[in-house]
Design a protein. Structure first.
Ligand code: 13P
Length: 342
């Protein structure tokens, strides 16, 4: 019974043409966004900002779930109803970020280990009571000439395994997010090698810790050249390398892969997702999005609905520039989107 519910939730999160809104930025990160809009960051203004996305008319046509931050899942919407219930009423599954951030790794302080395992069993129980039906944990891997170290990959994979096992015990679908950062000057080939090693280690840890693959989702980076690499890969090269890497390392029992945008601009993130879904190469899993920055790049319900619609089409491989309407945001597509949680 428990297993079936988990599997059902995982499937619903990657329903045809739908993906996930990652609205789980920490308070300091949302504060930067609000300040850039000349809005003071208070619990109330943060609630209004999040609610604007959650209540966008038609959002549920393209958005299956929303990942909330601890503050948000405890807040009530303007109508007095808890925000998690506002989402559920619209047919959007509420989720929750449960890691407490990436901290310097003892013995290799220029790398990070994600924390949050202490007390996690009790927190998951509480979040379930508040309406969450899935969770997210982000491990962070940085590429340099000498990094990541095998230790960094190993400990982050182990933590993802422990988190995922606890989530399934509590009835929440774990979104397992090992993010290989796009910061740096590395080539797309190096990104593919590192992403391969990371995914291999993650699925090894999930296997060792008895995580049921049918009841989880993977949230990886795309295989992409580093931001400052002089040789940027084409959309088709990114799609080909990403799908090759995932086919080699992600078991077919996983129901869905939902990409992070990782600092890609909104339009580029959509194009890449679409190109992956448009490839003729077989895919045993659904391939969709769990974007934060690339969905909320521009504030406003209209901008959000437009982006969600484009990504919904890309999850089916049916996105074209025509969908962008007049003046495709080429300028935006060239830029990077800042402000992720450190
Ligand atoms: P981005 O799409 O902004 O990378 O955020 C997704 C996310 O949840 C990263 O943890």
């Amino acid at each position: 019974m428990g297993r079936q519910v988990l599997e059902q939730t995982a499937k619903e999160l990657v329903a045809e043409g739908k993906g996930i809104l990652a609205a789980d930025e920490t308070v300091p990160t949302v504060t930067k966004r609000l300040n850039a809009l000349n809005i003071e960051s208070t619990p109330d203004s943060r609630r209004t900002y999040r609610e604007m996305f959650f209540t966008t008319p038609g959002a549920a046509d393209f958005i299956s779930g929303a990942i909330l931050y601890d503050e948000t899942i405890r807040q009530k919407g303007s109508s007095g109803i808890p925000l998690a219930d506002v989402l559920a009423k619209e047919g959007i599954i509420p989720g929750i970020k449960v890691d407490t951030g990436a901290k310097p790794l003892a013995g290799s302080p220029d790398e990070t280990i994600t924390e949050g395992l202490d007390g996690l069993r009790d927190r998951l129980k509480e979040y379930y009571g508040l309406g969450a039906r899935f969770a997210k944990w982000r491990g962070v891997i940085r590429i340099t000439d000498t990094r990541p170290s095998p230790m960094c990959i190993d400990v982050n994979a182990h933590a993802l395994g422990r988190y995922a096992a606890l989530c399934q015990e509590a009835g929440l679908v774990p979104i397992v997010e090992p993010e290989v950062l796009m910061d740096g000057a590395h080539t797309i080939e190096r990104c593919e090698n590192v992403t391969s090693a990371v995914l291999h280690a993650v699925f090894d840890a999930l296997f060792t810790q008895g995580v049921r693959l049918e009841g989880m989702l993977l949230k990886p980076n795309m295989v992409i050249a580093g931001k400052s690499c002089p040789k940027q890969a084409s959309v088709n090269e990114v799609a080909t390398a990403t799908l090759r890497c995932l086919r080699r390392h992600v078991p077919a029992a996983v129901p869905g892969i939902v990409f992070l945008s990782g600092g890609q601009s909104d339009v580029v993130a959509t194009r890449h997702l679409n190109a992956i879904n448009a490839l003729a190469t077989p895919r045993p899993w659904k391939v969709s999005f769990s974007y934060g920055r690339a969905l909320q790049f521009k504030a406003g319900q209209q901008a959000f609905h437009h982006r969600a619609k484009c990504n919904g089409a890309a999850a089916l491989g049916k996105y074209t520039d025509v969908l962008e309407g007049k003046g495709v945001m080429v300028a935006a597509s060239a830029g990077m989107t800042e402000w992720h949680d450190d």
